[in-house]
Design a protein around this ligand. Structure first.
Ligand SMILES: NC(=O)c1ccc[n+]([C@@H]2O[C@H](COP(=O)([O-])OP(=O)(O)OC[C@H]3O[C@@H](n4cnc5c(N)ncnc54)[C@H](O)[C@@H]3O)[C@@H](O)[C@H]2O)c1
Length: 467
């Protein structure tokens, strides 16, 4: 099939390359000339595992091309996918101006019956409005399909090529058939193509993200409670997740959710509800808990160092909002860095791929290191913000020797507290007991600590006075 994808970022680029890989002829277009020029030079605008090969293999055989000529790319396509941004307005509502601008460009370029599929995440009612926009200038019949995208950054290629489900929201039979044929190679096992009306499809995407975010905020709330009660959230998580009605996924506490989707989509869902006069209770609470959670790790550092954090050197591992991406949009790491800078700390950062993205925001206010070991040199604490695989089992002896004081703040609960304690670290997690080293000299160097004797008489654990 001849296809056009409008918007060439995470969703558009992955979808365009994925469709091309299944034998379709795809033009990916964008109004951002610099982005298209970079693609023309063989540079991807984003880091995404597996995407390089998928894109360049299809470019080489001529099935995938890039263009700034949106109208020219639409002409003759059987289906046009809109994958432009829908960023939040200050009110929280989704800004749909790019979606409608794309619609206005598409309309006069239509030559024959064309499916116009909305891949961007858009509020309920957008397909109806887009239909009106396109009708104003259309020269040929068309159908608007709501086809929300569920890929995850960091695993986007895999998600797109092997989707859990494909939602096709339209009542138009011809459009259903076009998308059935297009997605059939991606859905060879099982019945994962779900047809529905436009409005249900639009809401499905928001409901899915809101439910996932709810699990995270709920577990973050439980982690805060564990901090106060002396329970271990990691054990609670395992116990809860063992129930098949609940399942073990998306139950990991951390520094709060970020990225370009969850925060904006929850705000947009809330705004949509308010516009209809409905009151949502859960969604605003999930956002509130998340905002609070984003400051927790810095609160823990401030509690540990007291007012003495000014001028101290703090290392941060991980800047991206999650592993596998260089995307730092609404990353909790940025909230932590902002808090540390406000408190007067010197912040040394490392991320395997997101250093440039952070440099574009902070300039010379941070110290940037290409090596995680260099970043900890002389640091008085190491904060783990993104659970990149290479951070899971680093050479802790080397880290300890490089640091000025061996103190870990693990915002992702990836390190085993007992293991790092035996290497000589003081360990702070989220909803886990703080663990301190064996030696009295090291213990005494720790400010703000109260002691509790364990059953065997060895004092090793922080009391319930953790932050
Ligand atoms: N990033 C994700 O993981 C993800 C996952 C699922 C859904 N989504 C949704 O998909 C949409 C796109 O997100 P993204 O992260 O891929 O993109 P983005 O918002 O980062 O970028 C969108 C691209 O569209 C281009 N664009 C804007 N207006 C245009 C126009 N009129 N014509 C041509 N190009 C135009 C921009 O220049 C930009 O390159 C959003 O609605 C997002 O919520 C994103």
């Amino acid at each position: 099939m001849k296809l056009c994808v409008i918007g060439t970022d995470y969703v558009g680029l992955v979808a365009g390359a994925g469709f091309a890989d299944m034998g379709n002829d795809v033009v990916c277009c964008d109004v951002d000339r610099e982005k298209i020029a970079r693609l023309g030079r063989g540079e991807l605008p984003i880091f995404e595992p597996g995407l390089e090969a998928l894109v360049w293999d299809n470019v080489k055989v001529g099935r995938l091309v890039f263009s700034v000529d949106v109208a020219g790319s639409v002409a003759g396509a059987a289906a046009v996918f809109i994958a432009v941004g829908t960023p939040p307005k200050p009110s929280g509502e989704a800004d749909l101006s790019s979606v409608y601008a794309a619609g206005a460009t598409i309309a006069p370029a239509l030559r024959d019956f064309t499916v116009i599929a909305i891949k961007s995440t858009v509020p309920v009612g957008t397909a109806d409005e887009l239909r009106r926009v396109v009708l104003r200038g259309a020269r040929a019949p068309f159908a608007i399909v709501s086809n929300p995208e569920f890929l995850k950054e960091g695993d986007a290629v895999n998600d797109f090529m092997k989707p859990d489900r494909v939602i096709v929201g339209t009542d138009d039979e011809r459009a259903r058939e076009v998308l059935r044929r297009l997605y059939a190679p991606f859905l060879r096992t099982g019945d994962r193509l779900l047809y529905m009306d436009n409005r249900s499809a639009e809401l499905t995407k928001y409901a899915a993200n809101a439910l996932l975010a709810t699990r995270i905020s709920f577990m973050n709330e439980m982690a805060g409670l564990c901090d106060r009660l002396g329970a271990d959230v990691d054990l609670v998580r395992r116990g809860v997740g063992a129930d098949p009605r609940i399942g073990s996924k998306f139950l990991f506490p951390g520094p709060g959710f970020g990225g370009s989707c969850f925060p904006k989509d929850l705000r947009a869902l809330w705004a949509t509800a308010e516009a209809t006069g409905a009151t949502l209770e859960v969604v605003p609470a999930v956002l509130r808990v998340n905002e609070r959670q984003k400051s927790r790790i810095v609160e823990k550092l401030l509690h540990y160092f007291g007012s003495e954090i000014h001028g101290r050197r703090i290392a941060v591992w991980g800047l991206a909002f999650k592993p596998g991406t260089d995307d730092v949009r609404e990353s909790p790491a940025l909230a932590a860095i902002d808090g540390l800078l406000r408190a007067g700390a010197t912040v040394a950062v490392h991320d395997p791929v997101a250093l440039d993205a952070a440099r574009a925001i902070y300039g010379d206010r941070l110290e940037y290191f290409a090596s995680n070991y260099d970043a900890v040199a002389g640091a008085e604490a190491l904060v783990l913000m993104t659970e990149w695989r290479e951070f899971r089992d680093p050479d802790f002896d080397r880290v300890r020797r490089a640091m000025k004081t061996p103190v870990l703040f693990d915002a992702r609960n990836v390190w085993d507290p007992e293991t790092v304690r035996t290497i000589g670290f003081t360990y702070h997690g989220m909803g886990r007991r703080t663990v301190v080293p064996e030696s009295a000299a090291e213990r005494e160097s720790i400010p703000n600590l109260q002691w509790r004797r364990s059953a065997n008489g060895r004092s090793r654990r922080h009391s319930a006075r953790t932050a």
